[in-house]
Design a binder for this molecule. Structure first.
Ligand code: ZN
Length: 113
């Protein structure tokens, strides 16, 4: 038995984001053709949430913003404990996380009826 495939050629319109503007500093970052520029593009944070009942932003109001990594850093540096980040990603990449043993198997048992 052979599988038959019937195909057709279609044209589709695809919308791509080609630039992002930071809503705080108004810096514009274009989608990078140069891979060395990727960090600015990838570093953007998009915040989007809806205010709930009693929210200072207004009940059911949508708050949405694009923030560049530099403005995020500036914001985090206002925190009393500094930037709330971990090195977890890099530690996982290099295979060492202090206090965690990833090669141990847990001996958890679940009760099954
Ligand atoms: Zn910015």
């Amino acid at each position: 038995m052979s599988i038959q495939k019937i195909t057709k050629t279609v044209e589709r319109q695809v919308e791509e984001i080609v630039s992002i503007t930071c809503d705080k500093c108004l810096k514009v970052v274009n989608y990078p053709d140069d891979p060395n520029d990727h960090s600015e593009w990838e570093g953007f944070v998009h915040i989007n949430f809806t205010g709930g009942y009693g929210s200072i932003f207004g009940d059911m109001s949508t708050v949405s913003a694009n923030i560049c990594q530099h403005c995020m850093e500036e914001f985090f540096l206002t925190f009393p404990n500094g930037i709330p980040f971990t090195q977890r990603g890099m530690d996982l990449f290099f295979g060492h996380i202090e206090g965690e043993k990833t090669d141990e198997k847990t001996d958890e048992k679940t009760d099954q009826a």
